[in-house]
Design a protein around this ligand. Structure first.
Ligand code: DAH
Length: 347
């Protein structure tokens, strides 16, 4: 019997040592120490032993059981530790690898230029005001001296909301001039940036939605010299001290006299060509049109209850996209609206 016990012990120890996982260990335990196990079977034969032999064998059997149990436990702990170590290695994270950078956005280039323009005018004492994009034809046209039948009122140019053409998407921020003069008394010094809408096909220089910045100054003794001073200040501050601009006579129904202001082409320096090729930015003109302006027509002032004998004023309307193109030096208007990050992130 002693031999039998030694044999069971030796075999079991070898198997425990060889067990690759918890399941293999459990199989050894059940086979040897279980209710119907080998060791149990041996113990059941104890009754056949003599009274002297029994306690001796009992002791041996117990020590075999104790040793096997301890070895099983120890092996189990080893296997668990090894499994944990393996899992840790497999799932290891290298916290020193640089993470993915979160891209921070920034102001849209057009808003940057708008901000610069606003700051220049705020510095000259202007107040920033706003007006509705859905506007009455009275404010967008009639009260600006743009009479019925004027081509800009045509349905092919303007987005109307109703059949009698009385409500529309404003085609110009000049409508805000009327709203301001209705609500404020001179002295008036305002800047009104905003979106305007026209039925234009999008191309390099047109878009059905674009931005204008309207300016209006009404006070006693305002002259064309004040207009020129304000706009030259804008152009020199925004572009550079030696930026060249020209005031060219023009016609607008709501100003008299009226002019357009061009700046010398930043691409060709006013020559209209680069290395014998027509300049693609100014199309050979040498000048880029920036804005319309003029002295507020007396009838427009009177229509808003302002005495045109006492007060005079000037107004201007800047094309913001054009201005941004010159300021940031790119030559396709669509880039502003496409919002391609490769373009936007350059500014
Ligand atoms: N509203 C005009 C346009 O969209 C631009 C303009 C011209 C605005 C003369 C003015 C102005 O305030 O005095 O073409």
């Amino acid at each position: 019997m002693r031999q039998q016990l030694e044999q069971i012990k030796a075999t079991a120890l070898a198997e425990i040592a060889a067990a690759a996982d918890a399941a293999a260990l459990e199989a050894v335990r059940v086979r040897v120490l279980g209710k119907k196990g080998e060791l149990t079977a041996v113990l059941k034969q104890m009754g056949k032993l003599s009274a002297e032999e029994r306690p001796v064998m009992g002791q041996i059997a117990n020590s075999v059981r104790a040793e096997l149990e301890a070895t099983l436990e120890a092996r189990k702990a080893d296997l668990n530790a090894a499994a944990l170590e393996k899992q840790l290695q497999e799932e290891a994270i290298d916290v020193t690898i640089p993470g993915k950078k979160v891209e921070m956005g920034h102001q849209h280039p057009m808003n940057k230029v708008l901000q610069e323009v606003k700051e220049i005018f705020i510095g000259m004492g202007y107040q920033i005001v706003d007006g509705p994009e859905v506007e009455e034809a009275a404010y967008n046209f009639t009260r600006l001296n743009i009479e019925e039948g004027h081509p800009s009122r045509d349905r092919s140019d303007t987005f109307y909301f109703n059949d009698d053409d009385s409500v529309l998407l404003r085609t110009q921020t000049s409508s805000v001039q009327i709203r301001v003069m209705e609500n404020m008394k001179p002295p008036i010094r305002v800047l009104a940036p905003g979106r305007v809408f026209r039925k234009d096909e999008a191309d390099a220089t047109h878009s059905p939605m674009f931005h204008q910045i309207e300016g209006l100054v009404v006070d006693e003794g305002i002259t064309m010299a004040d207009l020129k001073g304000a706009l030259e200040t804008l152009i020199k501050r925004l572009y550079s001290e030696d930026a060249v601009c020209r005031f060219r006579p023009h016609h607008f129904p709501f100003t008299e006299p009226s002019c357009e202001v061009d700046m010398q082409c930043f691409k060709c320096g006013g020559k209209g060509e680069i290395d014998g090729q027509v300049c693609s930015t100014c199309h050979g003109e040498g000048w880029i049109e920036l804005l319309g302006a003029g002295m507020v027509h007396p009838e427009v002032l009177e229509g808003c209850g302002i005495d045109s004998k006492k007060y005079s004023g000037f107004a201007f309307g800047i094309g913001l996209e054009r201005m941004a193109m010159g300021r940031l030096r790119f030559n396709d208007l669509r880039l502003i609206f496409e919002n391609d990050v490769r373009f936007l992130s350059q500014f």
